[in-house]
Design a protein around this ligand. Structure first.
Ligand SMILES: *C/C=C(C)/C=C/C=C(C)/C=C/C1=C(C)CCCC1(C)C
Length: 239
């Protein structure tokens, strides 16, 4: 029978715990800060807070699932990603909208299609509903569409013209999608494609990745919103 509570030797369980608390704390931070920046920036911080809120709730369930089952909470993990990844994609457009730069919906639709392909095939592979290697490469193609769109698409050039602060934040955000997101396929390969499935390694890698890609991503947006709202004294600026 599985354990009900976190054991001291359960290192993977501890990482689930830490990330669940970090997500909750980040949510409070982003929502609080969102009330104190100029109003054009509030929606961006609200969405950053929604990402960590949705993840925090899922991590609460995933942690318990891990503690009892000692195996991957695949369904919770993918439901979380299915909600949070599109919200992260929306952030690219919200920071442009905050400074009045318009980008067509075609670009967003391509990001959404890339996201769906990446996640649906990742799920099919992990749940062993299709060949793990084939699912991986189709998922990689979805991620490729996303990278192409943010590096070579219209949003990137709109960001360059918007303002130096927006251009710099956009740059860091897409670097997260390129480098921070690379942690997931590495975890997948490690967990499913190099011989036997190593559930512990897979989950520690995914937990670390979620921490970076949701919280650090939000902090970049927060930094942008605060500096565009007049810097450290931004709470005088509420209108
Ligand atoms: C907050 C959650 C995030 C940012 C999740 C991102 C997930 C990925 C970038 C997953 C990528 C994968 C591939 C590129 C290939 C197939 C396997 C996946 C689904 C792990």
């Amino acid at each position: 029978m599985g354990k009900m509570f976190l054991e001291s030797g359960d290192l993977v369980g501890v990482t689930f715990w830490l990330v669940s608390i970090a997500m909750i704390a980040s949510t409070v931070f982003f929502l609080y800060e969102g009330a104190h920046v100029k109003k054009e920036w509030r929606l961006s911080l609200l969405v950053a807070g929604l990402v960590t809120l949705v993840a925090g709730v899922h991590y609460d369930y995933m942690r318990d699932f891990w503690v009892v089952e000692q195996t991957t909470p695949i369904v919770y993990r993918y439901i979380d990603w299915l909600i949070t990844v599109p919200l992260l994609m929306i952030e690219f457009f919200l920071i442009l909208k905050a400074v009045g730069a318009a980008v067509g919906t075609g670009s967003f639709l391509r990001l959404l299609v890339g996201t769906l392909v990446m996640l649906i095939f990742g799920y099919l592979g992990e749940a062993e509903l299709m060949n793990v290697t084939l699912a991986f490469w189709i998922g990689m193609a979805g991620w490729g569409v996303i990278i192409y769109e943010i590096y070579a698409g219209a949003a990137g050039s709109a960001a360059k013209e918007a303002s130096p602060a927006v251009a710099s934040a956009f740059n860091y955000m897409r670097l997260i999608v390129l480098v921070g997101w690379a942690i997931y396929p590495i975890g997948y390969v490690w967990g499913y494609m190099l011989g036997g499935v190593d559930q512990g390694a897979l989950n520690m890698v995914y937990n670390l990745a979620d921490f970076v890609n949701k919280i650090l991503f939000g902090l970049i947006i927060w930094h942008l919103a605060v500096s565009e709202s007049g810097g450290a004294g931004h709470d005088n600026e509420t209108a």
